[in-house]
Ligand binder design. Structure first.
Ligand SMILES: [Zn+2]
Length: 142
C-alpha cells in the first residue's frame, strides 16, 4: 500500500484524518471550500484559510475500476474501485477514495460492479500505520 506524503498544504488534512475527522480547507475570505488542499484560493486568491469539519456524508459522483497494468502495490488488489464522493455540505467538493465493506476492510472488499453513481456514503478511516489514517467510504445505513 502506498501511503500519503503530506506537504505543508496537506498536513492539516492528514492530521485531521488521524484524529478521525474529515476537515476540508475553507477560504477565510470568501468561505468557499477546496479540495485537494492548496495554498491559494482559486476563487478569490486569498492565502488565508481554515480547516472546516464536515459531516463525512456524501454521494458517489463517479466511479472507476482500475485495470492492470497497475503499480505493484495494487496489482494483487484488482479489481477494486476508486470513487469520487460529492460532499453533502458542498456539491463542488469531491473527495477521491475507495468504497469498502467496513472500516479497515481492503479496497477490493466491495465488488466494483455493484457500485452505483448516486449511492450515499459516509467516511471511515483506515489506519494502516500508526499515525496515518486514510479516508475510505462505506455505504450509508448499511
Ligand atoms: Zn476565497
Amino acid at each position: 500500500m502506498l501511503l500519503p506524503l503530506p506537504d505543508a498544504d496537506s498536513q492539516p488534512f492528514w492530521d485531521a484524518c488521524a484524529a478521525g475527522e474529515l476537515r476540508i480547507q475553507t477560504c477565510a475570505a470568501c468561505r468557499r471550500r477546496r479540495f485537494p488542499s492548496r495554498p491559494l484560493c482559486p476563487h478569490c486568491r486569498s492565502f488565508d484559510h481554515t480547516w472546516e469539519l464536515v459531516s463525512g456524508h456524501g454521494t458517489i459522483w463517479s466511479i472507476a475500476i482500475p485495470h492492470p497494468p497497475l503499480l505493484p502495490a495494487y496489482t494483487d488488489l484488482a479489481p477494486y474501485n476508486v470513487i469520487l464522493v460529492e460532499l453533502d455540505e458542498d456539491p463542488l467538493v469531491r473527495v477521491v477514495g475507495n468504497l469498502v465493506r467496513e472500516a479497515g476492510a481492503p479496497i477490493n472488499s466491495v465488488d466494483p460492479h455493484t457500485i452505483n453513481i448516486g449511492e450515499t456514503v459516509q467516511v471511515v478511516f483506515d489506519v494502516p500505520v500508526n499515525g496515518i489514517a486514510l479516508p475510505r467510504w462505506i455505504r450509508r445505513g448499511q
